[in-house]
Write a protein that binds this ligand. Structure first.
Ligand code: ZN
Length: 431
C-alpha cells in the first residue's frame, strides 16, 4: 500500500481513517484528507504499538494496521488461553472465533495453534470510497472470518489487479452476480460485498435474509459473486490511481472526449474499452451504433474495442460464466432504478415472471432495453448463449458516480433482488 503522510488525499486516506477509528483512535471526520487530527491519531497509534511516532504511514505502520483493514487478528494459543478470554481480549465473541476456526475444540486448545480472531466490527465498509486495495482486504477478511466462503481469482485486469470471485452455498442451483463493469458505477461493489457479509452472518446464526432462512438458500444454491469487474477503472475514478503511465494515458484518451468529465465520467477499463460492450452478442451492431454516436476510439466510455473480448476483464467474466454454467445472472450497474431483462426476441423460460418478482421486491421498473444500448452487453450475451434469465440492474438514482451516502437506500432496495434471484430460478428451490 502507498505511503501516506500529512497532506495525502484520496480513498486510501479514507481507509486509513476508518482503520484508525476502528482501532479506537480519532482521526477526525473520515474525509480522505490527511490533516492535523489524522496525523495526531497516527502518532498515537504508532506510540501505543511501539513504532517510531513519525506520523508517516509506511509499510510497517500499514502492516500493524492490518487487523483494522481486514477485520481479524491471528493469535498463537498459549497455555491457559480460553476462547472466552480471547473473545474478551480482542472484542470478539466465542461464536465468531469458532466460526473462523472450524473444528476447534474450546475445551482443549492446543498450545501453539494459530487461530483467527474476528474483531468486533463488520468487514465491509459502507461509508467510504472504494479502491482495489480495500477490495483485496475485504476479500481476505471475509474469507478468514467465514471459511465456508470460496475465494479465488478469475483473471487479472489490464494493470494486473486480481479479478476476485467469492462463492457461498453448497447447492446445485448456481447463480452469478457481478458488479462494476463500469468504473464510475463502483457503488455496486460494496452492494454485493455487503450482501455477502450479511448472508454469511445470517447463515452462521441460523437467521434470515430478506425473511428467508439463509441456511435454506445455502443448501439449495451456490451464489457466485464477482464484486469488481473493473478494478483499474474504480481506482481511476475514486483516486487511488492518480499518477503514472496508466493514469496519464487514460487522461490523454479522455481529452478526445472533452465533454465527459475526467475522471468521474470514466466507465471503461484503463485502456479505454467499455467492458460492457465487449461480449459476442450483436457486437457489430453495438459498434455501428456507438461509432455513429461518435465513440470511435478508446476513451472514457462507449468504445466497443477492436473486437469482442479484447478487454481482459470481460474475457475473464466470459470464461468464468462458461465454467460455472449459472442458471441466472445479475449484472449490476447504476443508475435509474430499472431492471432490463431482454435481449432481442429471446425469451428464456421464467424470465419475465422472475423479472416481475425482482421488480416488486425493489420498486425498480421492469423494462425492455433501449435499442441504442441493446447489444454486446454481458446480460445480452448470457441470454443469447444460455437462453436463461439474465438481468441488468440499474441501481440507485442520480449522477454517476453515485455518492456513498446513497449506499443504505440502494442496499435496502436491492436486498430483495439479491436474495430472490438465488432461489427463483427455473427449477430453483422455491418455485
Ligand atoms: Zn453501467
Amino acid at each position: 500500500m502507498k505511503i501516506l503522510r500529512f497532506g495525502s488525499r484520496g480513498p486510501l486516506v479514507e481507509l486509513l481513517q476508518l482503520a484508525l477509528t476502528r482501532a479506537g483512535y480519532n482521526p477526525g471526520p473520515i474525509d480522505g484528507v490527511f490533516g492535523g487530527r489524522t496525523l495526531a491519531a497516527v502518532q498515537n497509534f504508532q506510540r501505543d504499538m511501539g513504532l517510531v511516532p513519525d506520523g508517516i504511514v509506511g509499510p510497517l505502520t500499514h502492516r500493524t494496521l492490518m487487523p483494522w483493514y481486514t477485520g481479524y487478528v491471528t493469535h498463537t494459543i498459549r497455555r491457559g488461553d480460553t476462547l472466552y478470554h480471547l473473545a474478551l481480549q480482542y472484542g470478539s465473541t466465542v461464536r465468531a472465533i469458532e466460526t473462523a476456526n472450524p473444528g476447534i475444540d474450546p475445551l482443549s486448545l492446543s498450545v501453539g495453534r494459530i487461530v483467527v480472531i474476528p474483531l468486533g466490527f463488520d468487514v465491509v465498509p459502507t461509508n467510504i470510497n472504494y479502491s482495489s486495495t480495500l477490495i483485496g482486504y475485504i476479500v481476505r477478511g471475509l474469507s478468514a472470518r467465514y471459511p465456508f466462503l470460496n475465494v479465488g481469482e478469475m483473471g487479472r485486469s489490464v494493470m494486473g489487479r486480481p479479478l476476485y470471485y467469492i462463492s457461498t452455498g453448497s447447492g446445485s442451483n448456481r447463480v452469478f452476480y457481478n458488479a462494476s463493469h463500469h468504473a464510475n458505477e463502483w457503488i455496486t461493489t460494496p452492494l454485493l460485498l455487503k450482501f455477502l457479509e450479511d448472508f454469511a452472518k445470517a447463515y452462521v446464526s441460523g437467521g434470515n435474509i430478506y425473511n428467508i432462512p439463509a441456511q435454506d438458500i445455502f443448501n439449495a444454491s451456490t451464489i457466485y459473486i464477482a464484486p469488481a469487474v473493473n478494478p483499474d477503472g474504480i481506482d481511476l475514478v475514486t483516486g487511488e490511481l492518480d499518477s503514472g503511465t496508466y493514469f496519464e494515458s487514460a487522461r490523454a484518451l479522455s481529452r478526445n472526449y472533452p465533454d465527459i468529465p475526467f475522471p468521474s465520467g470514466w466507465k471503461a477499463n484503463i485502456r479505454g474499452v467499455d467492458t460492457n460492450l465487449q461480449y459476442p452478442a450483436g457486437w457489430e451492431q453495438a459498434r455501428q451504433i456507438k461509432f455513429a454516436e461518435g465513440f470511435t476510439r478508446p476513451g472514457p466510455r462507449d468504445y466497443v474495442g477492436s473486437g469482442p473480448l479484447v478487454a481482459p476483464e470481460s474475457l475473464a467474466i466470459y470464461d468464468f460464466t462458461l465454467e460455472i454454467d449459472p442458471a441466472l445472472i445479475l449484472a449490476y450497474h447504476t443508475q435509474g432504478g430499472v431492471i432490463y431483462w431482454k435481449f432481442l426476441d429471446y425469451n428464456p423460460a421464467g424470465s419475465e415472471e422472475i423479472g416481475r418478482r425482482l421488480s416488486e421486491a425493489s420498486g425498480y421498473a421492469l423494462e425492455e432495453t433501449p435499442y441504442g444500448s441493446g447489444f454486446a452487453g454481458y446480460k445480452d450475451w448470457f441470454i443469447q448463449d444460455f437462453n436463461r434469465p439474465g438481468y441488468t440492474i440499474e441501481a440507485g438514482r442520480g449522477v454517476n458516480p453515485l455518492p456513498i451516502s446513497q449506499f443504505d437506500s440502494i442496499y435496502n432496495e436491492n436486498i430483495g433482488i439479491l436474495t430472490l434471484a438465488a432461489i427463483l430460478t427455473p427449477g430453483g428451490p422455491l418455485v
